[in-house]
Ligand binder design. Structure first.
Ligand code: PHE
Ligand code: ZN
Length: 869
């Protein structure tokens, strides 16, 4: 394929410790959007046994101005577009490098860049090398002192990691600030922020009685949207003290919001930088989902202070060491914040839905990789749902195997051994294993083998003996044709054993450790065949092949006290209906109606019961994907549920009000989501009042969840009021970028007209020309382009070229602006080989169109290369 450079593959097996270590970094940065000068003074030491080695520093997209060793100018260095090599160095020396870069031209949003007139940095994974020449790898840890200089009237606030130790006025309207971070850190955790920002502040006392200053920095107009982020930060600090005994180690902790950001947020030491989407909220502009995302992202970044910063990764192959563990921690935190047992189950179901919708497809496609990858071309492509969400499942299984207390002992030992170090996934598992004297050798295959394991479940009942035969397998993935058996913790319970002579053992929840290819569970002395509830609470991230009877599934749906498996039973029945055209039996419909009308049940749980399996997950269940067949069959099922339960939906709509002042708590949010679903179902059922309900709800809403829910129904069902309300919405919120993102996304993800399959694409093409649209802002690009191509499968996948060409064109255009955002979009056709031939041809042409471009970034090139391979 056409490339300006050859692609390089990095291998985990080729890890080498650095030849030099850097003890201290003294940065002096004169900020100017059109030319920023960086003086970087480092104390460097040759590592033991590295005699004669030259120093090879990473560096990109900068102008090198001077190199000094112990104060003396050096001229005999070698400079390439990616490195600076210096020869004949002593064992210990001061290296001082002066270089310049152009922040205002930086559209990749890696390194130092400008967003809305302010300066921000993003250094993970390899952005620091765009700021200065450095050993830009996580196992080189140094202490930093940073002097920032800028024109005071334009950049009144100057922030960096750690503690502020000095501020000064300088000639010509400039000023400076000196920051010192007492903790050694890898370069990817460096950050600076400068500009016109304001903050809200709180002072709290940590566990050991020390005062901590907390700040949330935003643009002045957004100050009224910071309270929820601050509350979430305080709750996170308390939770980490209580659950893991981990205290905030700095006197000061800052969160800063930025409107141009590639990812969700970044855990820079003491100076977390966030996408505005995960900070700003007030009831009028943020939905309940936004509120809960803010809570979990704030927690996630805060928790990194220990899992990621105090103990960091030896190399980027170990990314899941910090990410899987930190996602697990934020999931546990959010579950605890739900405030009820049903709330915890709701959180678990949501997490599993995401895993199945996005990670299972990844594990079955051309980009499949173990949570600890063995190779990569571009590390940016490995910030994946596999490393993050599957990584969290692997941590969760360790907690299930060791128990909560055992897991805590393992965490304590991990910090005792590795505080201040850059370590590996093996080190983590060793701490868990040693603290509990449990052999986890086989368990570690979860770190090295890709693919979603399948467990086949076969039941038999004869002569009072009930047997469950479990057989595991795992499909081949790129580079891994065969797999060793996984160590799979299965929580299970045998239901309906009341009449047995010895029910004590069988009727409690048990943990079965499946470690071999095939094993059998036997229960004796039963009078009748029981009902099996297995993989409770989704104890392992696997696919269960289990042809359970409808009557058993209905038993689970009615009475399993494991809420996850209750939900799962309904999902299975829905899946059979969608994929095999099985009709909904009256038993099932009656049970669903009872659930919907059950006044004791958590509304959020009911909402999830009626949320149908995602199309991307349904694709996983078939050999050849016919996306339109799946889409239409799924819509048919929803129509049946709407139609048969119409009265119950009406009841649900009327009985889930949340009057009074807006409260984003889990119970109120659950009511609103069920109410919105009821409105949708009433429209779907053709209820005569639905149009009016939607308009009234839109007009009277005092919060974004209800307003957006009503607007979505109007737009999806082509209500006569849709156009007028869309326009009103745009006008009302035109100065609020995050709400305008919602306005784009709503239209890009609306359901397709079955009679006019191109209508959504037509709208998207028109919105592409809207004056508010820009490809340069990642949130805006994602709200239209990614939303249509990745979150609207029913409209996007048509057996023709148009939408695939639209996709390819945008991957190409984004590749020039922002490779990371482009590469995410490029993942959109990952699974093209599984689609029916009349889709495949067009998908393949679109992929090839991208492949033949010159100047493809390594990010996009890797994704497209692997897809076409
Ligand atoms: N480390 C960040 C997180 O998960 C994600 C991130 C990666 C942000 C790379 C920016 C760049 O919390
Ligand atoms: Zn993270």
């Amino acid at each position: 394929m056409a490339r300006t450079e050859n692609s390089i593959t990095f291998l985990r097996s080729e890890y080498k410790a650095p030849a030099f270590t850097i003890q201290t970094v003294d940065l002096d940065i004169a900020l100017n959007p059109s030319k920023t000068m960086v003086v970087n003074r480092m104390m460097i030491q040759r590592a033991a046994g590295q005699i004669g080695q030259s120093l090879v520093l990473h560096g990109e997209e900068q102008e090198l101005i001077s190199v000094r060793v112990n104060g003396e100018i050096v001229r005999g260095y070698e400079l390439t577009p990616h490195s600076l090599t210096i020869h004949n160095l002593p064992d210990q020396f001061e290296l001082s490098i002066t270089s310049a870069n152009i922040p205002e031209k930086n559209t990749s949003l890696m390194g130092l860049y400008v967003s809305n007139g302010n300066f921000f940095t993003q250094c993970e994974a390899e952005g620091f090398r765009k700021i200065t020449y450095f050993l830009d790898r996580p196992d080189v840890m140094a202490t930093y002192q940073v002097t920032l200089r800028a024109i005071k009237k334009d950049f009144p606030v100057l922030l960096s990691n750690g503690n502020l130790i000095k501020e000064e006025e300088l000639p010509n309207g400039w000023h400076s600030a000196v920051w010192q971070d007492p903790f050694p850190k890898p370069s990817y955790l460096f950050a600076l922020v400068a500009g016109k920002l304001q903050s809200i502040e709180r002072t709290i006392k940590s566990q050991s009685g020390k005062d901590k200053l907390l700040q949330v920095w935003v643009e002045a107009k957004d100050l009224d949207k910071t309270e929820h982020a601050m509350d979430s930060l305080i709750a996170s600090i308390k939770w980490d003290e209580q659950r893991f005994g981990l205290e905030l180690d700095l006197d000061r902790f800052m969160i800063v919001a930025v409107g141009d950001f590639n990812m969700g947020a970044m855990e820079n030491k003491g100076l977390n930088i966030f996408n505005t989407k995960f900070v700003l909220a007030n009831p009028e502009t943020a939905s309940d989902v936004d509120y809960s995302n803010i809570e979990s992202v704030v927690a996630h970044e805060y928790f990194h202070n220990w899992t990621g910063n105090r103990v960091t990764c030896r190399d980027w192959f170990q990314l899941s060491l910090k990410e899987g563990l930190t996602v697990f921690r934020d999931q546990e935190f959010s579950a605890d914040q739900m405030g009820s047992a049903s709330g915890k189950a709701v959180k678990r179901i949501e997490d599993v839905r995401l895993l199945r919708q996005v990670q299972f497809p990844e594990d079955a496609g051309p980009m499949a990789h173990p949570i600890r990858p063995d190779s990569y071309q571009e590390i940016n492509n490995f910030y994946t749902v596999t490393v993050y969400e599957k990584g969290a499942e692997i941590i969760r299984m360790q907690q299930t195997l060791l128990g909560r207390e055992g897991f805590r002992k393992g965490m304590d030992l991990y910090f005792k051994r590795h505080d201040g170090q850059a370590v590996t996934c093996d080190d983590f598992v060793s701490a868990m294993s040693d603290a509990n004297q449990k052999d986890l050798t086989e368990f570690k295959r979860w770190y090295s083998q890709a693919g979603t394991p399948r467990v086949k479940v076969e039941e038999s009942f004869a002569g009072n003996t009930y047997q469950v035969k479990l057989t595991q397998s795992c499909p081949a993935t790129p580079g891994q044709d065969t797999k060793e058996p996984f160590h799979i913790p299965l929580l299970y319970k045998i239901l309906g054993t009341e009449s047995s002579s010895d029910s004590s053992k069988a009727s409690n929840e048990q943990l079965f450790e499946l470690t071999q290819t095939s094993q059998t569970i036997t229960v004796e002395g039963l009078k009748q065949k029981p009902t099996l509830s297995i993989n409770r609470n989704f104890s392992a991230p696997i696919v269960l092949d289990f042809e359970q009877s409808e009557s058993d599934l209905l038993t689970l749906l009615r009475q399993d006290e494991d809420a996850f498996n209750r939900w799962e039973a309904a999902q299975k029945l829905f899946m059979r209906s969608i994929l095999n055209g099985a009709t909904l039996t009256s038993d099932l419909l009656n049970t669903l109606k009872e659930i919907l009308l059950d006044g004791q049940l958590d509304p959020a749980f009911k909402d999830l019961i009626f949320t149908l399996p995602a199309e991307s997950y349904l694709y996983e269940q078939v050999k050849v994907i016919d996306p339109q067949a799946i889409h239409q069959s799924r819509r048919k099922l929803r129509h049946q549920l709407a139609h048969h339960l119409q009265e119950a939906w009406l009841w649900a709509y009327e009985h889930h009000q949340t009057p009074g002042k807006f409260n984003p708590d889990a119970m109120s949010a659950g009511k609103r989501s069920l109410k919105n679903l009821a409105l949708h179902m009433l429209s779907e059922s053709g209820h005569a009042g639905a149009g009016d309900f939607a308009l009234k709800q839109y007009e009277n809403a005092n919060n974004m969840t209800e307003r957006y829910g009503a607007l979505a129904v109007m737009v999806n069902f082509a209500s006569a009021h849709a156009a007028k309300c869309l326009q009103h919405f745009h006008q009302t919120f035109q100065s609020d970028a995050l709400v305008i993102d919602k306005w784009f996304a709503l239209q890009a993800t609306r359901q397709s007209d079955l009679s006019n399959p191109r209508s959504v694409l037509k709208d998207v093409l028109a919105l592409r020309q809207h004056p508010d649209f820009s490809l340069k802002n990642p949130n805006r690009a994602r709200s239209l382009i990614h939303a249509f191509c990745m979150n609207n499968p029913g409209a996007f996948h048509q057996p023709e070229a148009a939408s695939y060409e639209f996709w390819a064109k945008h991957v190409i255009e984004l590749n020039q602006i922002n490779p990371q955002v482009a590469a995410r979009l490029a993942r959109g056709l990952d699974r093209w080989k599984q689609f029916a031939p009349n889709y495949q041809v067009h998908m393949k042409s679109a992929l090839e169109l991208i492949a033949k471009q010159d100047n493809l970034s390594s990010d996009v090139a890797e994704v497209i290369e692997k897809a076409l391979n």
